[in-house]
Design a binder for this molecule. Sequence first.
Ligand code: FAD
Length: 466
Amino acid sequence: KPIIIWFRKDFRLADHKALCEASRSGRPIIPVVVLDEVTETFGAAPKWRLAQAIEHFNDRLKAVGSRLILRRGTFADELLALAQETGAGDIWWTRAYDPDAIMRDTKVKSSLKEAGIGAESWPGHLLFEPWAVTTKQGGFFKVYSPMWRAVKDLDVAPPDPAPLRLMAPQKWPDSDRLSGWALDKSMDRGAKVLARHANVGESAAHARLANFLSGSIGAYKERRDYPAQNATSRLSENLAWGEIGPRTVWHAGLHAHLEGQRGAEHFLKELVWREFSYHLAFHTPEITHKNWRSEWDAFPWSDHEDEEVLRWKQGRTGVPLVDAAMREMYVTGHMHNRGRMIVGSYLTKHMLKHWRIGQKWFEECLIDWDPAANAMGWQWVAGSGPDAAPYFRIFNPETQAQKFDAEQTYIQRFVAERAPDPGPEALAFFDACPRAWGLSPDDPYPTPIVGLAEGRQRALAAYEAR
Ligand code: FAD
């Protein structure tokens, strides 16, 4: 009887436990992706990027004698129908840990079991299962550093090899056409700008890792905070869609560390931030939508999507480093980590807007959108999360620019109005943004929404009065 492998955010052949075990079983394999209404609510950029991931993965499957079946509808119904159609005895998938996914998977599992179909989930999205790493008291980690100390010497299972051939079923079931799903419908800038910056597919992900390990890793610790420098791995995009497995990245980083490569340990530490965010999302699912610390519920953050919020989204706050980062995200689908912290601090502190507004806009724009890292990042920046930056520590974007973009390379790369001779990325923003915004590179650069000193005072006063 065939095994159906249900792919969600694990578009790879290597380091894929479920697929590897299925291929070892010698049974026919039917790979499937189901588009349900939750996936349809993803932001525009993630949906566009999902389509890219699916297309590339289908090609990859074809190279090993297989193909991807696309179905649209409620997960449980579609999977059940596919199993009945193909006579499949089992449906396997890689476990996911964000709250939406857990709810959905539990439902799917019980309806498949009721119908007498084997349903099994496998590890692979994380290095450590969220229930397998605990504090001495048996709880989960709410602070990052002790978690790092607890996991850094643990064994991580080696990645499973990519199957060379997947056995096809006697007859392939019908499949939707990817174009019919119109995942790029709300993303008219996808092909125009994002495609130039996206690094799609398993081979591209492996090439990116190899490139990082043979290049910038040595200076990673010193240079990773400088947004103009290409000093980080940029693997978040591929990890988000599972085009490379975390175990593969971990073992490559560990190997480099054991060989004495500078920067490698710091890189491993960052991978553990990803784990930390998922362990938090697993144990406290409300992190994605509620203040993790309820004492923040009374804080006077505005939820209102007003003109100021629009200017923040447009990269027109009048604060060059904030605007550069916002536009970097709009045209590349990625934002440097320092940028994420600075725009987040500016929104939640200088502008006094709720972190959920930022979280939602990031979900709309990022091609590395990840529900756990995004939620933790926003709550970290706002001060309401676990192990968060204290609210009174307010990033000053001017001093940040002096320190991390002293030559204004990053600012001028993305903000045409601040560049004597704007380059393609700065101009691409105007090409990409909606006409309704009515923006032109010849517009005068706006005055700040709020003065840096004034905004800081206002935020501190709100903090004191809370
Ligand atoms: P590298 O520096 O090369 O790090 C290697 C890997 O470690 C990354 O690919 C990522 O998987 C992981 N990592 C690094 N830093 C973090 C971190 N702070 N939290 C969790 N994992 C981390 N990351 C996302 O992948 N998706 C998001 O939607 C996302 N939203 C964020 C929102 C805010 C407000 C903040 C402050 C951070 C957010 N991050 C998010 C975390 C971080 O900014 C990105 O993971 C990082 O910039 C990706 O670039 P890189 O792959 O070059 O990272």
